[in-house]
Design a protein around this ligand. Structure first.
Ligand code: UT7
Length: 345
């Protein structure tokens, strides 16, 4: 007989208890971007829905933005940092390989000896992290988990790139997940397709870049640093064809019909993708739809908590409302789940 290994006592249900965000101070309107990409305010508004975005200043780092959002999430949940047992931070724009940003954020928040790690799942990162957090709660492994989505994508932008320069932006959003009397986080519908990595990626890895730098130094030539690149049409096509199934899977797993939703919070990639999903899913006009992209741009792993906050702050949705979340992007990876919306500070 193998030695018996005990398990933590599970709890029945997990829910989002509190939400906070950080929006960088600097607002960048389309007019500041258009000349370098031979574009116009009108083209960007009509093709993407973006009117302006926030780009972080030097002191608005991955860690500082995350810490600010997390403080508000804890306040909204009425919890102290010491009551959190794990921090899961989703990002694709932390510019160091280690340590994890999550560990530094945990310490900045005053946590001691708290489990902390980062998740890399592109724009699906927040929903991936949320699924893991809810499972940590339900398995009894953590009392509360802090989930953070955060990006400084402006660091990765080639300002002359017509596809990326106007889309991507910076910010942070955080939720506290904890035990609940009723289920507040439905089963996740998720997946990835590594055959489509070229659709959104860093255009060269650091080994390639260092080799180019060495050659440039030897020959007196020049090299260009790595940037994020996207085949916008390929991603757009995948989003408006494949993601209907992802949404239906998430709804089916939660036993919720589209017309029972109060809110729809898709990743803020492009307002035309949101419109297409609303049409194909038959989401009725009564459902509040997140349109945070207009003034926030596409903040990748941060976009869903930031868009939830905008819906709640505006009064279009309220805490406890039933919402479908859907993250999607680089990977190509996606994750969606039905949740009850949390409180905001
Ligand atoms: O967050 C991760 C997931 N990301 C996404 O989901 C993004 C998905 N993709 C998109 O949002 C869209 O593909 C973009 C907004 C990036 C581009 O919109 P599009 O409608 O797919 O544009 P397109 O690349 O098909 O180009 C249409 C036209 C072309 O001109 P012609 O050939 O029709 O004369 C382009 O040259 O628009 C032109 N164009 C631009 N014009 C002004 C392309 N980029 C620009 C630009 N400004 N920035």
């Amino acid at each position: 007989m193998p030695t018996h290994i005990a398990t933590a006592p599970p709890v029945a249900h997990a829910a989002l208890l509190g939400l906070g965000v950080y929006r960088p101070c600097r607002v960048v309107p389309n007019s500041e971007i258009v000349d370098k990409i031979d574009s116009s305010d009108e083209w960007i508004r009509t093709r993407s829905g973006i009117e302006a975005r926030h780009w972080a200043d030097a002191d608005e780092t991955i860690v500082s933005m995350s810490t600010a959002a997390a403080r508000d999430a804890l306040a909204a949940a009425g919890l102290e940092a010491g009551q959190v047992d794990a921090v899961i931070l989703a990002t694709s724009s932390q510019m160091v390989l280690g340590p994890s940003a999550g560990a530094i954020v945990a310490t900045e928040l005053g946590m001691h000896d708290t489990a902390a790690f980062d998740v890399s799942a592109g724009c699906a990162g927040f929903c991936y992290a949320l699924a893991n957090a809810a499972n940590l709660i339900r398995s009894g492994q953590a009392r509360h988990v802090l989930v953070i989505g955060v990006e400084r994508l402006s660091d990765l932008l080639d300002e002359h790139d017509r596809t990326c320069a106007f889309i991507f932006a910076d910010g942070a959003g955080a939720v506290v997940v904890g035990a609940s009397d009723n289920e507040g986080v439905g089963p996740v519908a998720w997946g990835s397709d590594g055959s489509q990595t070229a659709a959104i990626k860093q255009d060269k890895d650091f080994q390639q870049y260092f080799a180019e730098v060495a050659e440039a130094e030897a020959t007196g030539g020049t090299t260009v640093r790595p940037y994020i690149r996207m085949n916008g049409t390929a991603v757009f096509r995948w989003a408006v064809t494949f993601l209907e199934k992802a949404c239906r899977d998430a709804l089916d797993k939660a036993g919720v019909a589209a017309d029972q939703l109060d809110a729809f919070v898709p990743h803020q990639a492009n307002s035309r993708i949101t419109d297409a999903l609303i049409r194909t899913l038959g989401i009725p006009d009564s459902v509040a739809v997140a349109r945070d992209i207009a003034h926030t741009g596409n903040t990748s792993a941060a976009s869903i908590p930031m868009a939830m906050e905008q819906l709640l702050r505006s009064g279009a949705a309220k805490p406890g409302d039933t919402a479908l979340l859907l993250g999607f992007g680089a990977g190509l990876a996606y994750a969606g789940q039905v949740v009850n919306l949390p409180a905001i500070a």
